[in-house]
Design a protein. Structure first.
Ligand code: FBP
Length: 559
């Protein structure tokens, strides 16, 4: 077989399940809590989700009585960016479905949400699933970023589901995709389609979490992968003592990934976008603070260091945020402008943009290096977001710091030598072999998604809680998606969306960084987490993230 020795061994790994799911899918009892409300804008959300609003939280318990399972066909979609463990969600779903009734069928829609609209699918078999168990990636059926939201798309999806006799659809995605799952669930009920929709919380960004969802899957493996790489670079920096390494870390908006990686590795400087926004720090302020640390370290003979930059930083710097909003509007106007489309030289585009920007943004735009300007003009994603993964903020900072240090040198305020290296860690972590935690968590989420289907739930997110405890103590159930929603402005219109979780500046995770960052800046307290371990002592192999541990400790302490 054309597979690596690790993959061969990992195919044999048996993911751990919560005790209540371990006795089998037909031995479950469902308990329901009280009616729920959305986190904000209850009346608006209630109006938009007339059939699915207010449902109770579901918890599963083991039952001694066997439950009869009707024959069911289910379709599954992988949506958005890859996250380690997606294959195990599908494996867990498949195993539960076949265990419930061997006549059941699982279809995989190809290439993301467009698969259900265009009727592109495969039917899973044992042999097919077995090749992907405990592996990273979404290549089992592929993923995509099509936004599933229009009447026409819903009608086409319904036709495809009817053709395949599909009773339920599972959407594995982040906040945007699960918002769409809720819309689809509501539409199916409103149109008497008799098709359930269940979501699963995915994204390495870690921003799909709340009181009910402790963490999205993929965050654990991705942050461990980045931390291994940062640790290796720290060792290199500490050995050669000649470079400042600027490492941009993926995570489109929230800085959870950068913060977790920082807590695992203890670098000299960690920028947190949410803090920059809260303190209204300008690009210049950020550069000043960083140069201050670089200069102080140089005075101690240390011309090296490690800087962590969250991917989304640029959108949180007040003047850049205003500029980006202005650019978004302008670019959508210019999309229809044939003269602009025909411009070949990027300098000509810059000129047009400068002439059309609001006055307050012109200076900021013109002050940026050409590379960053052209990156800011690149296409937006289907959800209207700037593609921050393609903006080299780390290089922008390096260039500004170089200029500033040269000025400081002239004034006798800097005595060192600044040599830089830049890195971007993102795609390296999104398809890594899932850690034991993600392998177990994902398998449980998928298995549990089928339990929700089996009990007739729709418009729910599969939830597995109590995650810092051993898997046997995990609690499985479901959370109504409407409960996590509020109204936000998207493309100029108020829309129902799942509230994104940003880093809480008064939370225990940020506090840990805050309490230590001065020490880490001057004294090298580097930690070297090493590679994810799949075999060996549980204290190493089943470790969860610092973020999850600190957040759960706080919740358990009732603080
Ligand atoms: P999701 O929110 O879809 O999980 O994707 C997250 C992410 O990995 C971000 O961290 C990153 O900014 C973005 O996807 C990159 O998108 P693309 O895969 O289109 O390059």
């Amino acid at each position: 077989m054309n597979i690596s020795p690790l993959q061969k061994e990992r195919l044999q790994y048996e993911p751990k399940l919560p005790a209540c799911l371990k006795n089998g899918i037909n031995y479950l009892e469902m308990t329901e809590g009280a009616e729920t409300n959305s986190v904000k804008d209850c009346e608006d959300i209630k109006n938009l989700f007339k059939n699915t609003y207010g449902k109770p939280i579901i918890t599963f318990k083991t039952s001694n009585e066997e439950k009869h399972s009707d024959v069911r066909n289910v379709g599954v979609i992988l949506s958005g960016g890859q996250a380690p463990g997606g294959h195990n969600v599908i494996a867990g779903l498949y195993d539960a479905l076949k265990q419930a009734n061997s006549q059941n069928k699982l279809y995989g829609f190809l290439g993301g949400p467009s698969g259900i609209i265009d009727g592109k699918y495969i039917e899973f078999t044992d042999e097919y699933i077995d090749e992907y168990r405990n592996t990273g990636g979404f290549d089992i059926i592929g993923s995509g970023r099509t936004k599933l939201e229009t009447q026409e798309q819903f009608e086409k999806s319904l036709a495809v589901c009817k053709k395949l006799n599909i009773n339920a659809v599972v959407i594995i995605g982040g906040d945007d995709s699960n918002t769409n799952a809720a819309l689809l669930a509501e539409w199916f009920v409103a149109n008497n389609a008799d098709i359930q929709v269940i979501g699963c919380p995915k994204t390495i960004d870690g921003d799909l979490k709340n009181d009910q969802i402790e963490i999205s899957f993929g965050f654990d493996t991705a942050t461990k992968t980045y931390s291994e790489l940062i640790g290796n670079i720290q060792r290199d920096a500490n050995s050669a003592k000649k470079y400042w390494h600027f490492i941009k870390i993926m995570g489109r908006s929230a800085s959870h990934v950068a913060l977790e990686a920082a807590l695992q590795t203890q670098p000299n400087i960690t920028l947190i976008s949410e803090e920059v926004e809260e303190k209204k720090l300008s690009l210049n302020d950020i550069v000043t603070d960083m140069c201050d640390i670089i200069a102080k370290r140089a005075e101690n003979g240390k011309n090296f260091g490690i800087v962590i930059v969250p991917e989304g930083l640029i959108e949180f710097i007040p003047e850049m945020k205003t500029l980006i909003q202005n650019l978004n509007d302008l670019l959508s106007e210019l999309e229809k402008d044939e003269t602009y489309a025909k411009l070949e030289r990027v300098e000509e585009k810059f000129e047009v943009i400068s002439s059309k920007l609001d006055k307050e943004n012109v200076e900021v735009f013109n002050s940026l290096p050409a590379l960053i300007k052209s990156q800011l003009l690149m296409d937006r994603d289907p959800h209207g977001n700037v593609q921050v993964s393609r903006i080299e903020t780390e290089k922008l900072l390096i260039e500004m710091i170089r200029t500033r240090l040269a000025e400081m040198k002239e004034n006798g305020k800097y005595v060192g030598k600044f040599s830089d290296q830049s890195h971007f860690f993102g795609y390296e972590g999104r398809c890594a072999f899932p850690s034991n935690f993600d392998a177990d968590y994902c398998y449980s989420l998928g298995y549990n998604a089928f339990a929700l289907i089996n009990f007739g739930a729709t418009g729910y997110l599969s939830s597995v809680k109590n995650l810092t405890k051993p898997a046997s103590e995990w609690i499985a159930g479901g959370v109504p998606i409407t409960m996590m929603m509020n109204m936000e402005k998207r493309h100029g219109e108020m829309k129902p969306v799942i509230q994104k979780a940003l880093v809480k500046l008064d939370g225990p995770v940020f506090k840990k960084l805050q309490d230590n960052r001065q020490d880490w800046a001057m004294n090298d307290r580097y930690k070297f987490p090493g590679a994810i371990q799949y075999f060996g002592p549980s204290s190493v192999c089943d470790l969860t993230t610092v973020t999850l541990q600190l957040e759960q400790e706080k919740i358990l302490a009732g603080v």
